[in-house]
Write a protein that binds this ligand. Structure first.
Ligand code: COI
Length: 354
């Protein structure tokens, strides 16, 4: 157990906060004054330190750069009207982080470092939490292998860090989506459920090609038929068909067990909306759209929260939605925002006080 006093704290001499316009915050561009860093060596975590945000000095032979043992999480902190800081469901991210670690043959990070370290770091940089609608402090815990060695084997040493970024909406505009038929994000037995860096690196070419055709992101499909729907861009996806919310199930291990996804499922059930977690095929979606039964499509993720989708293209079929169609997604967003901003009771104990 790492007691609070075991975290060594070195404060920045000057805050960069005054140099930043908190009214104009592109996602992930600015970082707060401090970061947390810990090292894994000899089978245990040591040197847990909060220090001024700064570059790292790394070996060119660093294992993570060559063989990709690198994982991360995305979490958000908010403040209520009294200025108290809260983190949204960090224990779920903590558990998922260690599931990713296990899949990537990396050591687990203990709760004392992940949760308590995060709390202490946020407490130090609390003034950086933006108060504006759709804004938050994005928390990025990450771990990577640090052996200076080109042999392909699990590293013996690792670094764990947490950095913080005051941030605005990830997708400020409704999204246009292309159903992906060539590239694959994940297959059963692979790493699709893990939040490892390679999943994101491998997805970039598909998004770049979609962007050339005027789309923002792709809707990922299964590896063999390119028909069974998985995720949209970096988010989970929901289809509202006949007033039932349908989202791909986690059973095949090809999609991320999204914290926003499960929060949305809880909120939907509380609203009395039926929810189905199951396999869903693009042909079913197209058919529902042609029959006027597809009401809404939206993405969910920590960075994006709820992302409205205005267009989905599959072969020659184009499904379009307008602002008036986003009723359920807009309602859920309002409910989640109210909990996060401390305006509705936190009945599920999702908000952890800093
Ligand atoms: C998140 O929603 O936190 C994500 O993982 C997306 C991120 C890669 C920007």
């Amino acid at each position: 157990m790492i007691a609070a006093m075991d975290i060594q704290v070195t404060k920045a001499e000057r805050s960069k906060l005054q140099d930043i316009d908190l009214g104009n915050l592109p996602f992930g561009k600015y970082f707060t004054d401090h970061m947390l860093e810990a090292e894994y060596e000899g089978g245990k975590w040591t040197n847990v330190e909060i220090r001024p945000y700064q570059p790292l000095l790394l070996e060119p032979s660093l294992a993570a750069l060559h063989y990709g043992q690198a994982i991360f999480e995305g979490i958000k902190a908010y403040k209520d009207e009294q200025g108290n800081a809260f983190v949204f469901r960090p224990y779920d991210n903590f558990r998922r982080f260690n599931i990713s670690a296990a899949r990537m043959n990396m050591p687990e990070v203990p709760e004392e470092i992940f949760i308590e370290g995060m709390r202490r770091l946020i407490a130090i940089d609390k003034n950086w939490i933006p108060g504006k609608k759709d804004h938050s402090l994005y928390i990025r815990p990450f771990m990577f292998s640090t052996d200076a060695m080109l042999g392909v084997r699990p590293s013996q040493t690792y670094k764990f860090l947490i950095i913080l970024s005051p941030t605005g909406p990830y997708f400020p505009k409704p999204m246009n989506i292309l159903v992906e038929e060539r590239y694959t994000r994940a297959a059963p037995g692979g790493v699709g459920f893990a939040k490892n860096a390679g999943n994101y690196g491998g997805s970039l070419i598909a998004a770049t090609e979609a962007q050339k055709q005027g789309y923002d992101q792709v809707l990922w499909t299964d590896a063999s038929e390119h028909k069974w729907l998985q995720e949209v861009g970096m988010m989970n996806v929901f289809f509202v068909i006949d007033h039932t919310a349908i989202t791909p199930s986690l059973d095949e291990g090809t999609i991320l067990d999204g914290i926003t996804r499960k929060s949305v499922i809880t909120v939907l059930k509380e609203m009395g909306i039926p929810v189905e977690e199951r396999r869903i095929n693009i042909d079913e979606v197209i058919k529902a759209h042609k029959e006027g039964r597809l009401q809404e499509v939206f993405g969910t993720g920590t960075a994006a929260t709820i992302a409205m989708i205005q267009k989905v293209k599959y072969k020659d079929d184009v499904m379009e939605f307008s602002e008036k169609d986003w009723t359920l997604s807009a309602d859920i967003k309002k409910k989640l925002d109210a909990i996060r901003q401390g305006k509705s009771p936190d009945t599920h104990h999702w908000m952890l006080a800093v």
